[in-house]
Design a protein around this ligand. Structure first.
Ligand code: HEC
Ligand code: HEC
Ligand code: HEC
Ligand code: HEC
Ligand code: HEC
Ligand code: HEC
Ligand code: HEC
Ligand code: HEC
Ligand code: HEC
Ligand code: HEC
Length: 314
């Protein structure tokens, strides 16, 4: 906790802070009961022999004193009593098979609470539904050496969100199932800040790009702006007011098959839409009886914003 607080205060990368902390003498005598990772080798050879590949090995390799919070015991707690008893699940501080999701989360957060991307971990949809670190990460049997994931994305996410897979099979889609993108390009499974778009809506753990903007703008940079003439809906309601982010039956991931029906949700002269931004649909300029007016974007080509024309005509 203290170390994490220091890291947060100094905004230093976590490993550096660990190194700094390790280079200083301990403030008080270390709590007894820690024996170091080598003591685990004889009985847990399978786990021990692979451990050198684990990012958590680093804190072991430094050979630091005091040994608490390093190596095996950094997660499992002091091992002395456990060894004296000849093993057993109840004799070690943290046998994860006995921990509740909440306890497992707290164990990992003793070190990882200073990672910025986990700032919202406590209020994330996952944490609130008892999906803890160990539901997604496997320390000793990881499928990916990087990130220590229990399964590769996107299978990891589909193992619980099977309904989402079909959305990425639709005619218009982001190529997630083909492996060109992954869920974490748009989502932060550790929880996210409240979105600045789509006021009042749940964040759906959607990751942010720069300046708390929609994650879509990380890749679709031409939609970022700022534009001289903004189309307010892009920024205020967000991309998903017109697009389905995962996939759609309609071209360009659009929510509706015919473009004008999207536009008329807001630009409805009758005032039955959410706002009265009415277009006079019987006038010479916009006569919806004439099919050419049904695809509004044939004329309003810069629908995401324009630097040249207030009506987004160019
Ligand atoms: C980063 C935290 C962490 C570190 C470090 C760690 N473990 Fe574990 N260990 C876990 C978790 C979490 C589990 C629960 C199973 C899982 O998720 O893989 C576990 C499970 C185990 C098990 C149960 C059997 C198994 O294979 O799952 C043993 C035994 C074990 N650890 C021993 C060790 C030893 C020995 C070391 C040092 C070489 C060590 N652990 C280092 C987190 C850790
Ligand atoms: C004398 C042999 C022995 C030594 C040394 C030993 N263990 Fe164990 N350990 C066992 C046995 C036996 C079990 C019980 C396995 C079971 O019940 O499935 C066990 C269980 C565990 C578990 C519980 C896994 C679970 O089910 O969640 C953890 C964690 C663990 N050991 C970590 C360690 C660590 C860390 C060290 C080194 C500090 C260590 N052990 C040293 C014999 C040993
Ligand atoms: C004793 C402190 C400590 C504890 C406890 C701890 N970690 Fe770590 N963890 C680290 C350090 C240090 C690294 C290496 C950081 C780096 O390389 O940037 C790391 C790395 C990781 C990584 C890999 C990061 C990457 O970029 O590939 C994952 C995933 C991870 N930890 C998950 C966990 C989980 C899950 C738990 C709880 C079961 C846990 N950690 C408990 C200190 C800890
Ligand atoms: C719902 C699944 C899920 C849960 C729950 C989860 N993670 Fe992750 N975590 C991931 C995925 C997926 C990645 C890889 C993201 C990427 O590749 O960009 C990741 C990346 C990481 C990383 C490396 C990137 C970084 O932030 O430095 C660490 C460390 C980490 N997780 C630790 C944790 C800890 C600690 C917990 C619990 C407090 C946790 N995770 C809970 C899925 C999860
Ligand atoms: C162990 C099961 C499990 C895994 C693995 C898992 N999730 Fe979840 N996820 C849940 C549960 C449970 C909820 C909360 C209930 C719900 O909304 O379905 C949830 C909620 C979510 C939400 C918010 C849904 C909403 O309506 O706001 C998103 C987004 C999400 N998960 C994405 C992911 C991603 C991305 C991954 C992979 C990195 C992942 N999940 C892995 C179980 C899981
Ligand atoms: C292109 C960006 C993007 C990718 C890639 C992506 N998502 Fe989403 N996802 C979003 C956005 C944006 C929302 C919020 C939609 C809204 O607010 O209407 C969302 C919503 C969700 C929800 C909650 C709503 C629902 O439909 O149930 C879940 C669950 C979810 N995503 C899971 C996943 C999983 C699992 C993956 C990977 C297989 C994934 N997402 C990949 C952008 C993405
Ligand atoms: C990781 C990069 C990335 C992110 C993040 C991303 N996209 Fe895309 N998007 C792409 C790529 C690449 C394509 C090209 C289509 C393909 O992959 O076949 C694309 C295509 C599209 C298309 C056009 C589809 C077509 O049929 O021409 C739309 C619309 C779109 N994305 C909207 C969004 C929205 C909305 C978001 C945020 C929820 C988003 N994108 C996030 C990379 C991204
Ligand atoms: C007001 C509705 C609306 C909003 C909001 C919106 N779009 Fe679009 N977008 C459209 C329409 C309509 C098209 C199809 C244009 C066409 O038919 O040529 C489109 C096309 C696209 C395309 C494919 C063609 C191209 O211009 O590259 C991408 C990519 C795209 N949008 C991304 C985004 C992103 C990213 C956001 C959020 C920053 C967003 N859109 C917000 C209506 C919208
Ligand atoms: C979510 C609501 C919403 C949707 C959907 C939407 N718009 Fe808009 N649009 C607005 C708002 C709000 C303004 C700003 C009106 C103002 O400043 O008076 C605006 C402004 C415009 C303007 C400029 C009007 C002016 O007087 O400067 C045009 C042109 C326009 N929209 C066309 C479209 C088209 C075409 C579509 C469908 C592709 C569309 N809009 C979809 C909300 C929406
Ligand atoms: C044939 C080209 C064309 C098509 C198709 C078209 N517009 Fe327009 N639109 C224009 C022109 C030109 C202007 C205004 C130019 C001016 O007043 O200087 C305009 C202005 C607007 C304005 C702002 C002024 C006003 O009348 O309120 C909105 C909003 C708008 N259009 C929405 C739409 C919607 C919604 C659709 C689809 C139903 C659509 N347009 C289809 C050419 C078109």
């Amino acid at each position: 906790m203290v170390r994490a607080a220091i890291a947060a205060a100094l905004l230093l990368p976590f490993p550096l802070v660990v190194a700094m902390a390790q280079s200083q003498p301990p403030p008080a005598a270390p709590p007894s009961g820690y024996v170091g990772s080598n003591a685990c080798k004889t009985c847990h050879a399978d786990v021990w022999l692979n451990f050198y590949k684990n990012p958590h090995f680093k804190s072991v390799a430094s050979g630091s004193e005091p040994p608490e919070r390093t190596g095996c015991e950094g997660c499992h707690g002091p091992g002395q009593a456990h060894i004296a008893a000849g093993g057993g699940r109840a004799t070690i501080g943290r046998a994860f098979s006995l921990l509740s999701p909440k306890q497992a989360l707290e164990a990992c957060l003793t070190c990882h609470d200073s990672n910025f991307d986990k700032a919202n971990i406590q209020r994330s949809e996952h944490t609130q539904h008892d999906v803890a670190c160990t539901s997604c990460h496997s320390i000793h049997h990881a499928a990916t050496p990087q990130r220590l994931l229990a399964k590769k994305q996107n299978e990891l996410c589909y193992s619980c969100h099977s309904g989402i897979r079909g959305q990425f099979e639709m005619p218009s889609k982001h190529r997630v199932n083909e492996g060109f993108m992954q869920c974490s390009d748009c989502h932060n499974p550790h929880g996210s800040f409240a979105a600045t778009w789509g006021m009042g809506q749940r964040s759906h753990m959607v990751e942010q790009a720069l300046d708390n903007q929609s994650p879509c703008l990380k890749c679709h940079v031409d939609k970022r702006g700022p534009f001289v003439y903004e189309h307010p809906s892009v920024r205020v309601e967000g991309c998903q007011i017109c697009h389905n982010p995962h996939g759609s039956m309609n071209a360009k991931l659009l929510k509706r098959p015919v473009v004008f029906t999207i536009c008329l949700e807001c630009h409805n002269a009758g005032g039955s839409g959410t706002r009265n931004l009415g277009v006079d649909l019987q006038s010479a300029r916009h006569n919806l009886l004439d099919p050419k007016f049904q695809k509004c974007t044939t004329c309003h080509v810069r629908i995401h914003g324009s630097n040249a024309d207030q009506y987004f005509l160019r």
